[in-house]
Design a binder for this molecule. Structure first.
Ligand code: 13P
Ligand code: SF4
Length: 329
């Protein structure tokens, strides 16, 4: 591996002028039996070339059943790790290793393990936005698409810890009447939405419905017509009669919303500091077509998960997939 690649976190080879990136990416996928998966928050051209685009739950479900030899995960590092843990015999590539996640980083595994040890007898629920090492000290992983149902699959009196997202955990507590202990973590993108800015947009577009991801603060969730994972928000806007939607989640989702509903209007909610019209995850946006091309060509960066960590982390992920399957999610 070239030294400068390692330093930068991606294969930074110059691409010959005139290369048809789309055609070459698809050709290499066919030649190498590779599948491209992308999260809804990635750039539009990356979503457009992917074999499969989904939310965190769908991406994990898809990884578990793919028969491709190589999975290229266009998303952030923990998503690549989840794929590798589920498919240890496959090569899992993430086009830029520096695409991390502020939420996963808000929960260092040693600190979380200490928190868990301080609360014996608690069932530990971790959001999928965690490192493999944090998953290794977890009983069941959840995504925003199944958190409610998985929490409710345990008897009401079960003492529980929920990490790392205090906003999602607080929301699940509020709708299930549970009192899970919450880790104090958050996503820097979803924390940035402000109720004031959404109220202003609503005043300008009174007929618009407000779509909110549960990683947002409770004051933003309180304004929602629909709260849900990216896939749930997408489903809602395709089936609902409204023609306009104010979208309070990472703005990459607008690409898929507009593809599914070309005649409807989607208005991204801005961050609270008003620095731009929409709210983007700088980590997800690190995945570009050029990095995807080089990653397929050189089969680097590859995700590795230490065997002893993977052995423990696979159990709570498989448990999530099993409960989700039984619940028809
Ligand atoms: P979902 O894909 O579960 O909606 O999660 C959003 C997210 O923040 C992914 O990083
Ligand atoms: Fe992590 Fe937030 Fe980016 Fe999702 S949007 S990858 S939770 S930082």
């Amino acid at each position: 591996m070239k030294t400068q690649w390692k330093e930068k976190g991606y294969a930074c080879e110059p691409i010959p002028a005139g290369t048809d990136l789309k055609a070459e990416i698809r050709r290499m996928c066919a030649e190498k039996n590779a599948v491209i998966m992308a999260h809804y928050y990635t750039q539009a051209d990356v979503q457009a070339i992917a074999d499969f685009v989904g939310d965190s739950l769908a991406l994990a479900q898809q990884a578990a059943k793919t028969d491709a030899a190589i999975i290229v995960m266009c998303g952030v590092h923990f998503m690549g790790e989840t794929n590798k843990i589920l498919c240890p015999d496959k090569k899992v590539l993430v086009p830029d290793l520096t695409a991390t996640c502020s939420l996963a980083e808000s929960c260092p595994s040693e600190n979380f393990a200490r928190f868990v040890a301080e609360h014996p007898g608690h069932t530990v629920i971790s959001y999928v936005n965690t490192t493999a090492a944090t998953k290794a000290v977890t009983d069941v992983v959840v995504t925003s698409g199944n958190a409610r149902q998985i929490v409710e699959s345990f008897p009401k009196e079960t003492p529980m810890i929920f990490g790392p997202d205090k906003n999602l955990g607080g929301y699940i507590n509020s709708i299930t009447g549970r009192n899970m202990l919450l880790w104090d973590g958050a996503c820097h993108v979803h924390e940035r939405f402000s109720p004031e800015k959404i109220r202003q947009l609503k005043a300008q577009h009174p007929a618009a419905k407000v779509l909110v991801h549960p990683e947002c603060k409770d004051t933003v969730v309180a304004l929602a017509d629909k709260v849900g994972s990216t896939a749930a928000l997408l489903k809602f806007c395709t089936s609902d009669d409204a023609q306009e939607f104010i979208v309070a989640t990472e703005s990459g989702i607008l690409y898929e919303m507009q593809q599914s509903c070309p005649d409807k209007t989607f208005i991204p909610a801005p961050p609270d500091d008003g620095t731009c019209a929409c709210n983007e995850c700088n980590y997800m946006k690190l995945i570009t077509m050029e990095k995807l091309y080089n990653c397929l060509k050189y089969e680097w960066p590859e995700i590795e998960v230490e065997a002893s960590v993977a052995e423990r982390a696979v159990k709570p992920i498989e448990k999530m997939l099993e409960i989700s399957k039984n619940l028809g999610l």
